[in-house]
Design a protein around this ligand. Structure first.
Ligand code: ATP
Length: 256
């Protein structure tokens, strides 16, 4: 249903020299759903994420977010228009505390920006208080409050991942791009992650686009799944449809 799509990917093509990383890829991500983006290694998933967060540009096609083209939106505007992301290799300030990292996320979407909030005018004091309250609530939600004043780099990996979620959510995204969030997590952490993804959708009303190799997780949390192989979309559908799709099975068995 194009009218309710939060994100429309339209004929996106990306080439690196002779390599076609994405070949005329189109799909819609409906609002308030979890959409899984899967495919074998080198299929183009990370390249698409990098296009969506405006780190890469594309040779042709268009990306429409919330009814507007983001083809010419600069990368630093992305948090403010409502696109947040996490990275395969955690992207945080490892020598800063948990609280400081979450506040960086909060400031990235604040209208006044980081410097504006440093000016101690009455309105910026109020804004700072609001951002601090929100950051505290988020740390509570992600069970990070006890680590608020710890240096991120000193914390175990699973907790660092939660800090990255908190940083991304602090910017109040409409859409959250999760790049292999289950990588490096143990079984319990993976279950918690599934619960977390569903609650981001159900309690916060955030739309999620999830790149993930752990198929059990993708099948359990996704409302809709898009499959890439060699830069092309080969299928999209519900988890049940995708699990039975002959071309998807062939691609994963390696002779497609
Ligand atoms: P994985 O699951 O292994 O992360 P992926 O689906 O994310 O794979 P991409 O990393 O998007 O795949 O890669 C798609 C293709 O584009 C690959 O052939 C890759 O080698 C190539 N590619 C990606 N980024 C670049 C780049 N910056 N320069 C050159 N080639 C690139």
């Amino acid at each position: 249903q194009p009218a309710s799509a939060l994100l429309s990917v339209r004929d996106i093509t990306v080439r690196f020299g002779g390599i076609v990383a994405l070949d005329c890829v189109s799909f819609d991500v409906p609002r308030n759903k979890v959409c899984g983006l899967i495919g074998p290694n080198g299929a183009g998933k990370t390249t698409l994420f990098n296009c969506l967060s405006r780190l890469y540009s594309y040779q042709s096609g268009d990306l429409q977010f919330d009814g507007q083209s983001i083809t010419n939106t600069p990368v630093h505007e992305m948090p403010r228009i409502g696109v947040g992301r996490t990275f395969q290799n955690l992207a945080m300030f490892k020598t800063m505390t948990v609280r400081q990292n979450v506040m960086v996320g909060a400031h990235s979407c604040s209208n006044k920006g980081f410097i504006g909030n440093m000016l101690k005018t009455p309105s910026s004091r109020l804004e700072e208080k609001r951002l601090t309250d929100d950051a505290n609530a988020l740390m509570d939600y992600l069970k990070l409050s006890e680590y608020a004043d710890n240096i991120v780099g000193d914390l175990p990996f699973g907790i660092q991942k939660r800090v990255e979620f908190a940083r991304a959510l602090a910017a109040k995204p409409k859409m959250l791009l999760l790049d292999e969030p289950a990588a490096g997590l143990n079984h319990t952490e993976m279950n918690d992650l599934g619960t977390f993804i569903r609650s981001v959708r159900d309690d916060m009303g955030i739309t999620v686009l999830l790149v993930e190799h752990h198929m059990n997780l993708v099948m359990a949390v996704s409302d809709w799944i898009v499959v890439l192989n060699f830069g092309k979309k080969i299928a999209e559908g519900t988890p049940e449809e995708i699990q039975q799709h002959p071309e998807v099975i062939r691609a994963y068995l390696g002779d497609g």
